[in-house]
Design a protein around this ligand. Structure first.
Ligand code: GLY
Ligand code: MN
Ligand code: MN
Length: 450
């Protein structure tokens, strides 16, 4: 007898509540039926697959992590929440592991009905019939789009028997993006735990760093810490960039030897139960900042403090970026990286030579999470429950007009912030960011090794 009925022991209440909220939004916008598949499995090479990762929108509504599953939400007088999923199969479960099957999934994940995925094609036309609007996400997966259009055409072909097909198709994801932007308490709880694991991983990486080790060895320390704490995967490919590599924004080779006197930039975060964390720290390989490194680090840190101070409900999205850029621009002038005056540097955006990315992005199930940054052409106001990164940086490549002491210094300091009722809270305080605290942690490392 199979006693394994719920390996996740997941509280599925928030997922049902989200489906109900989506049905209410649909009802207020013409009603209809929503169809949302999870992600397909992907081949890596020959018969080996990439590790499976569910679709974030699908997971948001279902809490269900198996491949080959579809949520259908039927609006109208008696709304219905339906899950299509793989059927139980003793033979496949011996090879590939547990599957819920429709009966258990229906009960455990709080659906009204569940059917096997093999029934989808047959049942979809009936589910679409006489519904005013079809809500789906077109343009993400051509095979899926073709299946949905086939079902739609089947309903159209039945028009002579008195069936009406949906007269409009709407993008479900726009509504889901808005919902995903404000995190509920269960999401914030998971994100807090994800951030804590990543912070501990960064501390471990700092303790393990010393001249002569390889970037990939430090990456391995991060991956060890993520997995040993129960995270399922990194949320994105870790950047472990020593010296000049830190000036390559998306450096992921992680193959070089760490050198005495260089900085190491690590941008790494784990994914826990479907939620990302995203932390960057930059610190000296030998444990002590040199004069020029200290100057640039202090500047980036000051810009991060300024950005953080600009995060509160009602502030608009770009205010933290504007605050960070103002500090960076003045600091670049003070350090002799830029020439001229503050007004010109800001007007001509000269600071972009050394700070070419933005100060943050939404964070959630996806590391660059869903949600619009502007509403009707204006930066949107921040609201309590939004989660964003705060990640100013400064990247100085060698150039004749740049003092040599600054060459190849690449620094980013990145934390994860949740907007609170009166400001913001960092989820990532578990890893030091002040110069003294970083050096103290690295001194302890040296003592422990001695
Ligand atoms: N790690 C990706 C980012 O910081 O945006
Ligand atoms: Mn980021
Ligand atoms: Mn990052």
């Amino acid at each position: 007898m199979n006693t394994l009925t719920d390996p996740l022991h997941l509280d599925t209440t928030p997922f049902r509540a989200r489906r109900e909220r989506l049905l209410a939004r649909m009802a207020a916008n013409g009603g209809g039926v929503a169809i949302l598949p999870t992600a397909p499995e992907r081949t890596r090479n020959r018969d080996t697959h990439y590790p499976y990762r569910h679709d974030s929108y699908f997971y948001y509504l279902s809490g269900f992590r198996e491949p080959e599953a579809v949520v259908v939400l039927v609006g109208g007088e008696t709304p219905k929440q339906i899950l299509f999923c793989r059927q139980k199969d003793e033979e496949r479960e011996i090879w590939d592991g547990f599957r819920y099957g429709p009966d258990a999934a229906c009960a455990l994940f709080g659906f009204d009905e569940a059917w096997t995925i093999g029934d989808l094609e047959r049942r979809l036309p009936d589910l679409l019939a006489n519904q005013p609007v079809l809500w789906c996400g077109l343009g993400y997966d051509n095979d899926w789009d073709a299946r949905v259009m086939t079902a739609l055409n089947t309903v159209r072909a039945n028009a002579r028997s008195g069936v009406t097909p949906p007269h409009s198709v709407r993008d479900l994801r726009a509504d889901l993006d808005e919902m995903r932007l404000i995190k509920d308490t269960s999401e914030l709880d998971t994100m807090r735990r994800a951030a804590q694991i990543s912070a501990e991983a960064h501390c471990r990486a700092m303790r393990q760093t010393r001249p002569g080790r390889f970037e990939y060895e430090i990456e391995a320390e991060l991956l060890h810490a993520f997995r040993a704490a129960g995270s399922q995967a990194p949320a994105y490919t870790s950047i472990v960039a020593g010296g000049a590599n830190a000036c390559v924004l998306h450096y992921v080779e992680n193959e070089c030897r760490l050198r005495n006197g260089d900085l190491l930039l690590i941008d790494a975060g784990c994914e826990l139960d479907g939620y990302a964390s995203d932390i960057t720290r930059s610190f000296p390989v030998n444990g002590r900042f040199s004069g020029a490194q200290r100057d640039v680090y202090a500047l980036v840190l000051a810009s991060q403090h300024a950005a953080r101070a600009a995060i509160r409900p009602g502030a608009h999205w770009n205010e933290p970026h504007e605050a960070a850029v103002a500090v960076l621009a003045q600091g670049m002038l003070d350090l002799g990286l830029l020439k001229g005056n503050f007004t010109d540097v800001m007007e001509k955006a000269d600071y972009r030579r050394f700070y070419m990315h933005r100060t943050g992005h939404w964070l959630g199930m996806d590391v660059h999470d869903a949600g619009e940054y502007k509403l009707n052409g204006d930066w949107r106001p921040l609201e309590a429950g939004m989660v964003l990164t705060v990640e100013p940086g400064c990247y100085i490549r060698p150039a004749a007009d740049v003092p040599e002491a600054f060459w190849n210094i690449g620094i980013r300091i990145e934390d994860d912030a949740v907007v609170t009722a009166d400001g913001c809270e960092y989820l990532t305080d578990g890893v030091p960011r002040e110069i003294d605290d970083i050096e103290a942690l690295m001194r302890d490392r040296a003592h422990a090794a001695a």
